[in-house]
Design a protein around this ligand. Structure first.
Ligand SMILES: NC(=O)c1ccc[n+]([C@@H]2O[C@H](COP(=O)([O-])OP(=O)(O)OC[C@H]3O[C@@H](n4cnc5c(N)ncnc54)[C@H](O)[C@@H]3O)[C@@H](O)[C@H]2O)c1
Length: 346
């Protein structure tokens, strides 16, 4: 397939780009290169004849029209977004601009191009979203595709809004859409402001490891390469107009996750053990959802997908990757806001 991937210089988008090229797909990576982007994430495919890069903003309608006309993709995989909850608390405007208005602009460009091309049957607009749109769970229960939306942060509200637009563009205009809502990802190339890289890098530096509240928040962790695999399956085989939840079947309390990472570092850097002495509980994030957990039975039963990596194995691979790729993360640590406490609100 020829895939137009938005946000392909980010964390998950780059995993999709690398896997898609490895599987022989033609990939056009459309990215505005915000603070969260890094072209090194796609360096291993940059010279491939299957790969092209377009430096463009999804809010720029003319650019989207030009790129669609030039590349005529079989599918759009839309991952470009502002993605950090803490930044959305400090500055929600960019999240509305990119996640809501940007998705609207891309949908309109896609609809115009698809209509002009004679509404090709195989075309897909795949919108990549998060389980955070469903709000929070108590100690039991799982998010299904029928769970009502109840977002609690500016980030999740902006993603929920974009999901609704995608649904409406299918129902109203017949645009062939598919939607996925995924749990927390982790793995190589994870930007160093997110929980898992923060834990690894602070522990390596001997700095306090900040844990919000009491560390009791539960997330369902998915290794990013498993997510990329699920996304390629959905764009190829997903049913038009349908949404699929994607999860790792790996629920962990934050504090337990942090202790696991510390134990992995103890094995690899015994001189600095025990790393968990660095754990420091800090003021919680406002509106911090207690628990997310995914019922991924639809994608398993209908499309035959399930995660291949356990959280123990994935965390070990991730820790080893950060140990081996210091040049990558050191450069990103210099970017604005990275390493600072964000999102405490007023
Ligand atoms: N990280 C997670 O755990 C997770 C889980 C589920 C879903 N998601 C969703 O997956 C997608 C990718 O997440 P991520 O963690 O890889 O994000 P990321 O922040 O690492 O990457 C986002 C990418 O989008 C690009 N981008 C931002 N604004 C843009 C714009 N206006 N025009 C063009 N490009 C723009 C950035 O330059 C960056 O390369 C997002 O839509 C996010 O909501 C993320």
């Amino acid at each position: 397939m020829k895939l137009l991937v938005t946000g392909g210089a980010g964390f998950i988008g780059s995993a999709v780009v690398r896997l898609a090229v490895a599987r022989g797909h033609v990939v056009v990576n459309v990215d505005a290169l915000t603070y969260a982007a890094c072209l090194d994430n796609v360096a291993e495919v940059a010279q491939s004849p299957l790969y092209a890069f377009e430096h463009a903003d999804i809010r720029d309608r003319e650019a989207m029209d030009r790129i669609l006309a030039a590349h005529a993709p079989d599918a759009i995989m839309h991952l470009a977004a502002e993605s950090h909850v803490d930044r959305s608390i400090d500055g929600p405007g960019t999240f509305i601009d990119t996640n809501v208005t940007g998705t609207y602009t891309l949908l309109e460009a896609a609809r115009a191009w698809w209509t002009k091309a004679g509404k090709p049957e195989g075309f897909r607009f795949h919108h990549i979203s998060t389980d955070e749109v469903f709000g929070t769970l108590g100690e039991t229960g799982l998010f299904t595709e029928e769970t009502p939306y109840a977002p609690n942060s500016p980030y999740s509200a902006s993603k929920a809004a974009s999901d609704h637009l995608v649904r409406a563009w299918h129902e109203t205009y017949g645009l062939p859409t598919v939607l996925t809502n995924c749990s927390n990802n982790y793995g190589p190339f994870h930007f160093p402001e997110k929980l898992i890289p923060v834990v690894i890098l602070n522990a390596l530096a001997g700095r306090p490891i900040p844990v919000y509240g009491k560390g009791e928040n539960v997330r369902d962790w998915l290794y990013v390469e498993d997510h990329a695999d699920a996304l390629l399956l959905v764009v190829e085989k997903g049913e038009i107009g349908r949404s699929y939840n994607i999860g790792g079947n790996n629920e962990r309390r934050n504090i337990d996750l942090v202790r696991t990472i510390c134990a992995l570092l103890d094995e690899r850097r015994p001189d600095a053990a025990p790393h968990d002495r660095l754990i420091t509980f800090v003021e919680d994030r406002p509106g911090h959802d207690l628990r997310y957990a995914i019922d991924a039975s639809r994608i398993r039963d209908e499309l035959g997908w399930s995660p291949s990596v356990t959280v123990e194995e994935g965390l070990a691979r991730t820790v080893d990757w950060y140990l081996a790729n210091e040049d990558w993360w050191r450069a990103l640590q210099a970017r604005k806001g990275v390493g600072q406490r964000l999102g405490k609100a007023g």
